[in-house]
Design a protein around this ligand. Structure first.
Ligand SMILES: Nc1nc2c(ncn2[C@@H]2O[C@H](COP(=O)(O)OP(=O)(O)OP(=O)(O)O)[C@@H](O)[C@H]2O)c(=O)[nH]1
Ligand SMILES: [Mg+2]
Length: 613
């Protein structure tokens, strides 16, 4: 077996926000892949608009730098648990990983998840304790906790022998000994060159596993992956071995490798390298591209199952078709099925209704990102409340349960514990740092977490963080009764005015500004009581000839609560929908008129009575 000493392949893995993308910035900047006057900014790899807005990585991406003549292929991965499928998809390309751990937060549940994955793949780990510049960092303790995690997860003894670096990704420095003054990121490069094994090369006919897909309007589909065997060059004949074992013949158009943010056209690429190839319009992630001489498939990538589902349906509101470019069932279905090509942990299923598809993902955020992406592309549709996915295992109904980690202040312990116990959570750990900060760990069914983030932020005044990650399937714990109040639903179509909204504010909170177009059954606010009520927010003040003493006093409305998309999908109940268009996010009752809603509730009461008899 030969090795390629001129290449190293590494994946950067960690819990969300521990500084992976910032560390990639530091590596790119130091390796001078940019022109001197090029303005590159921060979080360079987070190029997607939603990534930039939310400040998180959503998709795994490749880049590369050259250090002392050695090319280091780098795979940046997302840390949010909802995007774990991205990590599962790409780690097999690497031989080593940088496990980042925040110097204050320490190892988190997602740190454990990604480290386990890396261990199973046999990657050589390098631990990077990051953000050592932060005041209050507790480096020694965090290192000890990280070592404990390795003891728990290591599969072989040599995995316990890992180097540790201390970095400030933001300042672009890393050192090998605590207390040393950091100068640059070179110690990290040195460590990668020394400790990460160079890729093995198998000689023989070409073979590559497709780990990612990209699109280019001129070049078409771009298949990205690692070459495991042989070489590839433009115009080579190849076959694609598909999921069902089918073999399709193609010719490669172009071959690219990575350097910084550039794709470099190359004449030839060889085993051990990570490349992008074009010309294969039917290729999918997980397929093997191979020489026709030896068309053998590599093991397909295994991706964890989705845990939440919601329906995506054609927009049925009275305003349907006004704002979207793509509004039909056919366009919506085609878009959802296209998403499956790259979004591996997503599932789409047809339902009894031809206008509605069931979409399953790894969490509320996973689905919310898809909804936001589609709405920006010009799609218009309606979605239902997310539900946890239950299934029957050995005759028993089971549901997903998650580990919820909350970092908060002592004063919020009581309120959080009470809120969560209503959601069937139980506390499994509580640690205080003696300075008013506390970490609470709960086990909670996924259904109990839906919509929890909204109430969590309000209850802790935005001063706390929460992270949840799938733990296991457990026997169904029973339904959770919604504790949300009723809604204020518009009673007729028109334009909301101050007078009408002021009346609504007498009943609860409102969600819309004066001047907003509303339709009957659209949710315009939250009632302060449990029942829904219909209210006419378009009602103007009656004009009279008599001058009342108060008539000159202008009505001052309380500013409305404006729900973001994620808040909206966490807010609605089962008999409600979120209408999503490029211009608006509206909440609505499924049944629009009050008459329909009353009939429905009395008929459902009758059917319950019947069951009881
Ligand atoms: N003080 C300090 N802040 C840092 C450091 N590294 C990263 N940060 C900050 O931490 C935040 C998260 O950094 P990212 O690089 O986006 O983290 P990430 O791990 O890529 O996050 P995801 O991709 O969403 O999982 C940003 O505000 C960074 O500026 C560091 O070394 N010191
Ligand atoms: Mg990132």
């Amino acid at each position: 077996m030969n090795y390629r000493s001129d290449i190293r392949n590494i994946a950067i893995i960690a819990h969300v926000d521990h500084g992976k993308t910032t560390l990639v910035d530091a590596m790119l900047k130091q390796s001078k892949v940019f022109r001197n006057n090029q303005v590159v900014g921060e979080l360079i790899m987070d190029q997607n608009a939603l990534e930039r807005e939310k400040g998180i990585t959503i998709m795994a991406k490749n880049t590369a730098v050259v250090y002392q003549g050695v090319k280091i292929n780098i795979i940046d991965t997302p840390g949010h648990a909802d995007f774990s499928g991205e990590v599962e998809r790409v780690v097999s390309m690497a031989d080593g990983c940088l496990l980042l751990v925040d110097s204050i937060e320490g190892p988190m549940p997602q740190t454990k998840f990604v480290l386990r994955l890396a261990m199973e793949m046999g990657l050589k780990p390098i631990v990077v304790i990051n953000k050592v510049d932060r005041r209050n960092s507790r480096i020694a303790e965090v290192l000890k906790l990280t070592e404990d995690l390795f003891l728990e997860l290591a599969i072989s003894a040599d995995q316990l022998d890992f180097p540790v670096l201390y970095a400030s990704a933001r300042e672009g420095t890393a050192v090998t000994e605590l207390g040393m003054k950091g100068k640059d990121i070179a110690p990290l490069f040195e460590c990668i060159l020394e400790k990460v094994p160079p890729p093995k090369i198998e000689s023989g006919p070409f073979q590559m596993l497709v780990s990612n897909l990209d699109y280019d309007s001129h070049k078409g589909k771009i298949a990205i992956g690692r070459i495991w065997r042989g070489k590839v060059a433009p115009h080579d004949p190849v076959v694609i071995v598909g999921a069902d074992g089918s073999v399709t013949h193609y010719e490669i158009s172009e071959v690219f490798t990575y350097l910084g943010l550039k794709h470099l056209n190359v004449e030839e690429a060889e085993a051990g390298d990570i490349v992008a190839v074009t010309g294969l319009d039917k290729v999918n992630i997980g397929d093997t591209i191979a020489s026709p001489e030896q068309p053998e498939a590599l093991p397909r990538i295994e991706i964890g199952e989705p845990t939440v589902e919601m329906t995506f349906g054609v927009n049925t509101s009275p305003f349907a078709g006004r704002e979207g470019r793509f509004c039909t069932t056919r366009q919506l279905r085609a878009r959802l099925y296209r998403e499956l090509e790259t979004n591996l942990s997503l599932r789409v299923q047809d339902t009894d209704s031809p206008d509605t598809s069931l979409v399953k993902g790894r969490g509320e955020l996973h689905l919310a990102i898809l909804i936001e992406t589609m709405r920006r592309e010009g799609y218009e549709f309606e979605v239902s409340r997310p539900e946890a996915i239950t299934k029957i295992v050995d005759g028993t109904l089971v549901e997903p349960v998650e580990v919820l980690t909350i970092d908060t202040k002592d004063e919020y312990i009581a309120v959080l514990t009470e809120m969560l116990s209503k959601r069937q959570a139980h506390l499994t750990d509580m640690r205080s740092d003696g300075h008013d900060n506390v970490r609470l760990v709960f086990h909670v069914p996924t259904k109990g977490l839906i919509g929890f983030r909204n109430t969590f932020s309000t209850a802790t005044r935005g001063e706390s963080t929460m992270n949840a990650i799938f733990l296991s399937y457990e026997p169904y714990h029973g339904d959770i009764i919604s504790t949300r109040n009723g809604v204020l639903a518009a009673s007729e179509q028109g334009i909301a005015v101050t007078y009408g909204l002021n009346n609504a504010q007498g009943r609860g909170f409102t969600f819309i500004e004066p001047g907003t177009l509303v339709y009957e059954g659209m949710i315009v606010g939250l009632n302060s009581r449990p029942k829904d009520i219909a209210i006419n927010v378009c009602k103007e003040k009656k004009k009279t000839n008599i001058r009342a003493s108060t008539s000159d006093i202008a009505i001052k409305l309380t500013p409305p609560i404006q729900l973001s998309l994620e808040q909206a999908i966490g807010f609605i109940n089962n008999d409600e929908l979120v209408e999503v268009t490029p211009g608006n996010i509206r909440l609505r009752k499924k049944l629009l008129t009050q008459g329909q809603r009353l009939r429905n509730s009395s008929s459902s009461r009758r059917s319950v009575k019947k069951q009881l008899i």
